[in-house]
Design a protein around this ligand. Structure first.
Ligand code: NAP
Length: 293
């Protein structure tokens, strides 16, 4: 069986990587903060000391990193993945990146004689834990066929969106309405609150209406302020909104709704809530309006 290397043991990577061990793969892992690999090592993964060591050991390298800067550092930094011979290997990046970064990385990898596939995901930590993500993949037909058995471990469905970069574009298409939804929900709840409606009553009614979203039920405890683990944070949402706006601008698409939501997320981040769950803007906006009375 081929050996796999996994980089990026954050909120998503730490629950995705164990699925590879469960599936019987020989797994090596690397994370900037090595302590986060302890659980994986106890499950049987081998911890390596650098991305270069990972690329030397593994036939297929999967990355799930924070953002463009993280992925560039891991691929091209000193001791990076591409600092060693990688001819014939397959690189699958599952982070949400900007499309130009994906095209740039794909070229660097291909120039090194290896293959590159972008495979960002829709879905958060709970579906990631049980291999039920929606995986959005950009790859040549040949590379897609090579990546699919591995992507199947992470996903309930693997969408082949087209050549490299199209998985990333589709991810932005899927996430844009979600971002705008949370922004609009924040405004609706703040309005209802100012008029004297109870938060539980509003959420319960929305959930039973055509304004409900599949993920809303899962997020209600967080919206109500009950202690729950952060899944997708405010800083990551801002990163994705900036990428959507850049992409829309490149295609000449006006995006007033996306710009409005970016304003809300930027203000939340500037007020020190970057690590909070992205749906916490709902409580944040309500409180801000209340305080400004
Ligand atoms: P996260 O918890 O913040 O983890 C980020 C990972 O990137 C960590 O392993 C971190 O290493 C690493 N990293 C950050 N900067 C780095 C650098 N300069 N060099 C090397 N490693 C670096 O993020 P996440 O929530 O798992 O998300 C990962 C990706 O999936 C993001 O692109 C996100 O947009 C996307 N995504 C997330 C969700 C979600 O619900 N969380 C859902 C869909 C897609 P350290 O541990 O050392 O900090």
């Amino acid at each position: 069986m081929i050996s796999i290397g996994f980089l990026g043991l954050g909120k998503m990577g730490s629950v995705m990587a164990p699925l590879l061990i469960e599936a019987g793969y020989d797994l090596s892992v690397w994370n900037r903060n090595a302590e986060k690999a302890n659980n994986l090592v106890s499950l049987g993964a081998k911890l390596v000391s650098s991305p270069a060591a990972l690329a030397s050991t593994a036939d297929v390298v999967v990355s799930m990193l924070a953002d463009d800067a993280a992925v560039i550092a891991v691929y091209e930094g000193p001791d990076g993945l591409l600092s060693v011979p990688v001819n014939g290997k397959l690189f699958i990046d599952m982070s949400t990146l900007r499309p130009p970064t994906v095209h740039y990385l794909a070229k660097q990898v291909q120039d090194s004689g290896a293959s590159f596939v972008d495979a960002p995901v829709s879905g958060t930590v709970a579906p990631a834990k049980i291999g039920k993500l929606l995986v959005l993949c950009g790859a040549s037909k040949e590379d897609f066929e090579r990546a699919q058995p591995i992507l199947d471990i992470f996903g309930r469905r693997i969408v082949h969106a087209g050549p490299v970069g199209q998985g990333t574009l589709l991810k932005l298409v899927v996430n844009l309405p979600l971002a705008v939804y949370w922004g609009s929900l924040a405004e609706a709840i703040a309005m209802g609150n100012e008029g004297g409606l109870d938060l539980n009553l509003m959420l319960d009614t929305i959930q039973d209406s055509s304004a409900a979203l599949a993920v809303l039920g899962l997020k209600i405890p967080t919206i109500l302020g009950e202690p729950s683990p952060v899944a997708f944070d405010v800083a990551s949402m801002k990163k994705d909104l900036l990428s959507m706006l850049d992409t829309g601008e490149n295609f000449g698409v006006p995006m007033p709704a996306t710009n409005g939501v970016l304003e809300t997320y930027s203000a939340t981040l500037d007020d020190g809530y970057g690590d909070a769950d992205a749906v916490e803007i709902i409580r944040y906006i309500t409180e801000k309006v209340t305080q400004s009375r």
